[in-house]
Write a protein that binds this ligand. Structure first.
Ligand code: FES
Ligand code: FES
Length: 186
């Protein structure tokens, strides 16, 4: 007897619970876009290479095109639609707007979700491949442009808005008290 590949799951997205029948092979990206009409999360490559589909799962970055919807049950899923607080934009959103951190905007939801997590990862002391001193006692490194570029390297921008994206991330990080440098903010 053939086994069913469908089931009913409950996803907690942006603080709201959604119960929906899905094929178990449905990606989180397709569930968000096609089933919940949350089209802010973009599909770029659909194979884990571009970062356009980045969302936050329990506050950590995740590529929703590589994550099955069933595997996201029980996690807090935050998409670009959920990062603002009511009418108040998230500081990362404001920085992208003020500093033109985009051109066509297709990669922007993923860039913003990624940047939100980058700032938290950095504040928590997570090193990156660009961090010179990775000893725990060294604390978070200054969030230089090099650090930001490395930490955001999973998010591609076909318009090449990288210079402004780095500036926007540096400004938003500085607003949260991160140690930046002139290089990062320049
Ligand atoms: S659409 Fe997921 S990484 Fe490109
Ligand atoms: S702003 Fe167009 S792809 Fe990044």
């Amino acid at each position: 007897m053939a086994r069913s590949t469908a089931g009913v799951i409950t996803l907690n997205v942006n603080g709201e619970k959604h119960t929906l029948p899905v094929d178990h092979r449905t990606t989180l990206l397709d569930a968000l876009r096609e089933r919940l009409d949350l089209t802010g999360t973009k599909k770029g490559c659909d194979q884990g290479q571009c970062g356009a589909c980045t969302v936050l799962l329990d506050g950590r970055r995740s590529l929703s095109c590589l994550h099955l919807a069933v595997a996201a049950e029980g996690q807090e899923i935050t998409t670009i639609e959920g990062v603002a607080e009511g009418d108040r934009l998230h500081p990362v959103q404001e920085a992208f707007l003020d500093l033109d951190g985009y051109q066509c905007g297709y990669c922007t939801p993923g860039q913003i979700c990624s940047a939100i997590a980058v700032i938290e990862e950095h504040a928590a002391g997570w090193p990156s491949a660009a961090t010179a001193d990775v000893r725990p006692e060294a604390g978070p490194p200054p969030l230089t442009a090099e650090e930001i570029r490395e930490r955001m390297s999973g998010n591609l921008c076909r318009c090449g808005a990288y210079v402004s994206i780095v500036r926007a991330v540096a400004r938003a990080a500085a607003e949260t008290g991160a140690r930046t440098t002139n290089e990062g903010a320049a």
